[in-house]
Design a protein. Structure first.
Length: 291
């Protein structure tokens, strides 16, 4: 593949390690049960990209470090311009100078998610500042004008083992998701920020499609969904995304998916591969599993 990487702009965006958020003591799940569980924000010490996306005693848990800024427009730029695979550098506090990697974007709460090695997590505190060298929005693949790339560092795209064949891009994915399983986030006016959720209330359907073993960082293909200009149903379209946060008990919610590639008219061909995970592509983990 030939990319337009020499024309991509590299620009700094900055966020602060966000405190965990809790609006009410309990949240009522799809099953009518009220639960108090860890959720979004903070520094998560034992859930990293590469770990299971389902099964945790948590709700929308964001792996690693969640960052945000209070100013709405600045946070908009952070969320829109940061791309998966971008380098993140701690610029304040005891861990100053340490490097991490952007591994997700979570809509609604508007967080950018950053992976750091465990020893760095131990030295980070809430409020530490993290600067990202944002690069990737505007990425194009020569010869494939019908394929939109977004939220994707060009270095990560080149490591994803995508192949051009017969006028299509063959993209490795762990699983394919039927369109009816997509929930929270549908109708968003832009796919260049945030995510949308695979609903997990019907476990039998998840088992049927091989989704019970999903891991954070897995690449998945969503059938008949287009992410070109917002998220919508479109027969024959394919949306490829990365699983970025854990499961949820809330109706219409589940593991979040940040879009990285989308195309109409069969221009993307998903190819099943059990190790299609960005933790492996980026060298963040030697093996994927529990931390």
């Amino acid at each position: 593949m030939k990319l337009n990487r020499d024309r991509l702009v590299k620009i700094s965006v900055l966020g602060e390690v966000s405190s965990p958020q809790l609006r009410a003591p309990y949240r009522v799940g799809f099953d009518g049960v009220a639960r108090l569980l860890p959720g979004v924000g903070g520094i998560v010490y034992n859930v990293r990209v590469g770990d299971p996306a389902l099964g945790w005693a948590g709700d929308h848990v964001e792996p690693g470090v969640s960052i945000k800024v209070k100013d709405e427009q600045s946070n908009g730029a952070l969320n829109a311009l940061a791309c998966l695979g971008n380098v993140a550098v701690v610029v304040s506090g005891e861990a100053r100078g340490e490097r991490g990697t952007v591994v997700g974007k979570h809509g609604g709460i508007e967080h950018v998610l950053v992976d750091f090695p465990p020893d760095v997590l131990e030295r980070l505190v809430l409020g530490d500042k993290i600067q990202i060298r944002a690069c990737g929005q505007g990425l194009e693949i020569e010869g494939f004008p019908g394929v939109r790339c977004m939220n994707l560092d060009p270095d990560l795209l080149e490591r994803m083992q995508v192949e051009a064949a017969g006028g299509r891009l063959r993209v490795p994915v762990v699983a394919e998701v039927p369109p009816e399983l997509m929930g929270s986030g549908i109708g968003s006016p832009s796919s260049e920020r945030g995510d949308y959720d695979i609903t997990t209330q019907d476990r039998e359907v998840l088992r049927e499609h091989g989704l019970l073993g999903l891991r954070l960082g897995d690449l998945v293909a969503v059938r008949d969904r287009s992410g070109s200009f917002g998220r919508s149903y479109r027969r024959g379209s394919i949306e490829v995304g990365v699983v970025v946060h854990t499961d949820s008990y809330l109706a219409g919610h589940g593991p979040g998916v940040t879009t990285v590639l989308t195309a109409d008219g069969g221009k993307i061909e998903p190819v099943r591969h059990p190790r299609a995970n960005i933790a492996l592509y980026l060298g963040l983990r030697e093996e994927i599993g529990h931390a």
